[in-house]
Design a protein around this ligand. Sequence first.
Ligand SMILES: [Zn+2]
Length: 204
Amino acid sequence: MRNLFAGVTHFQNKTYPQMQPRFEELATGQSPDALFITCSDSRVVPELLTGSDPGELFVIRNAGNIVGTKDEADLGVAATIEYAVKALKVPQIIVCGHARCGAMQGLLNPSAVESLPEVAKWVSLSAEALNDTSDDSDDDRLTQLIQANIRLQLRNLMTFPEVAERVEAGTLQLHGWLYDFVTGKVSVVSLGSSQFVDSVAHMA
Ligand SMILES: [Zn+2]
């Protein structure tokens, strides 16, 4: 097992001195560019992917980047959304799903999470996304499910009044991202759209 304290020592000796001015500036508060909702998967590193520094991303992570509706959402998710949207007034929320997501695999194949009752219960919040998949090969179905889950969570976000109000007022944008950590590609979907577009095309 890697010694994480060795990493802390490296941070303290090398990284922190370079970033000290930024950390001191952040002592007075934060104004992040986005609420970034993604999976707990260790292969997804939001700051690395988006080139973000401390203070730039407000993050919710859980297995499967699941939000749930206002009524279903767990307290931690609901409170964090409320804080990001009402207190920090983030200008955008990104729901970032990823390729090879174990949580979505568990939703697709319940037998895989038979011995993990809490996981099974949690991913079942996204069961509606299964309706947006077809019966092609399992690999295709998993990708379809990952995409459908991202779209579902964008719809779920709109059940939070504080989110819907700001989206309707034009002060908050919602986007879905699908990140393939193997290829480095990101495709993007907007609220209400079913089409994922390559992030490069999205920028143009
Ligand atoms: Zn995942």
